[in-house]
Design a protein around this ligand. Structure first.
Ligand code: PRE
Length: 357
């Protein structure tokens, strides 16, 4: 059997090759950047192209029996894309802060370590940062599988000219992070109120049922407080723990394994159709019997799958409603145009984007 030293020599050789391949890739990316700057559509972020690369590589790895899973390929290549985009043009990303929130984690998972991040205190200020061009992209939560739709995000999309350019889902997972060497040294735990509720079973089963629980405004603040005292811990995201150099003792401590949030990325450009798109619209229908049924049946007739429909109060005239609708297809697809024909003046298009990138 080869000894450790020999294996490491081989790993070094492979790393050298990887580095020179990555540098060669970045030279091509610079060229792509130059072409984009000279063209009319200057948008750097092309989610449909990234999705195409990820799908191709995952399929290739699976077929060749490679050790890398689709998730591992995604983690590595999303970081490569983020570096590429920064070489084409450094990106500033506004997100619903503060630092260390799950929205921050979602933003970093898409835009990598080297983008510039602007934590904003409200969803409205994320929109303002992108509208005023302080940031190219904004990352906001839109829906949680337990809490439902984030009404503020939908309402602001309805009023803004910004478009949804990508979506992503992230499992909301809590960690127990502490500087204590043993669980028995933990005397208090900081976190957000809701997080204590979501991790109740873990706390009871790991003997922390009687420890003092201190509710704090954000899990990032909880991580900061826990980092200052060895007898305390925080229930927080792993990004918050990383931010305050707080060691993670246990990961995935939430009781319900299905706490997932869907985030959207907003920006000032429109995606071209990719063949695998989804669109979001707001529609205000006449207050007459059957108006919604007629609208929905035109999707059925065009063979378009609806993935979501939610009503939102219109907020301007008594109790009238606006519907938020997600469906398969791009706004420029003929099929979609046909389904929406006659409704053009009742619709606000919020964006078309590659499904689940
Ligand atoms: C690249 C980078 C950013 C885009 O989001 C998509 C792909 C890549 O690294 O492959 C290159 C690129 O800019 C492009 O193909 O348009």
């Amino acid at each position: 059997m080869a000894d450790l030293k020999e294996i490491r020599v081989k790993i070094d050789e492979i790393d050298d090759k990887l580095l020179s391949l990555l540098n060669a890739r970045m030279e091509l990316v610079k060229e792509v950047g130059r072409i984009k700057h000279a063209s009319e559509d200057k948008s750097i972020y092309r989610p449909e192209r990234e999705k195409e690369i990820l799908s191709r590589l995952s399929k290739q790895s699976l077929e060749s029996g490679g050790a890398l899973s689709a998730e591992a390929i995604e983690a590595i290549f999303l970081e490569i894309f983020a570096v590429s985009r920064n070489i084409e043009k450094p990106e500033t990303v506004a997100y619903l802060g503060p630092e260390g929130t799950f929205t921050h984690q979602a933003a970093e998972s898409r835009f990598g370590q080297i983008s510039e991040y602007l934590p904003m205190s409200t969803i409205a200020s994320v929109f303002r940062a992108v509208e005023s061009k302080k940031a190219k992209y904004g990352v906001i939560p839109i829906e949680n599988n337990i809490e439902g739709i984030v009404g503020e995000s939908i309402d602001l999309l309805g009023r803004s000219h910004l478009k949804i350019v990508a979506e992503m889902s992230m499992k909301i997972s809590h960690s127990l992070a502490t500087r204590a060497a043993h669980m028995s040294h933990i005397k208090k735990i900081y976190s957000k109120d809701v997080a204590f509720g979501q991790c109740g079973e873990f706390l009871r089963e790991s003997g922390l049922g009687n420890v003092q629980l201190i509710p704090i405004a954000s899990t990032a603040k909880a991580a900061q407080l826990a980092s200052e005292d060895e007898t305390s811990a925080a229930i927080c995201s792993h990004i918050a723990a990383k931010l305050y150099n707080l060691p993670v003792m246990y990961e995935h401590i939430e009781d319900n394994g299905y706490n997932e949030t869907r985030f959207v990325i907003i920006s000032d450009f429109e995606n071209a159709p990719s063949g695998n798109d989804k669109s979001s619209v707001l529609v205000r229908l006449d207050n007459t019997p059957g108006a919604l049924a007629r609208f929905l049946s035109s999707f059925e007739k065009s063979g378009i799958n609806l993935s979501k429909i939610e009503s939102r109060p219109a907020k301007d005239e008594g109790f009238s409603y606006i519907f938020y609708i997600d469906f398969d297809g791009h706004i420029r697809d003929e099929k979609v145009k046909k389904a929406l024909s006659g409704y053009e003046d009742k619709i606000k298009w919020l964006g078309s984007f590659v499904k689940g990138v």
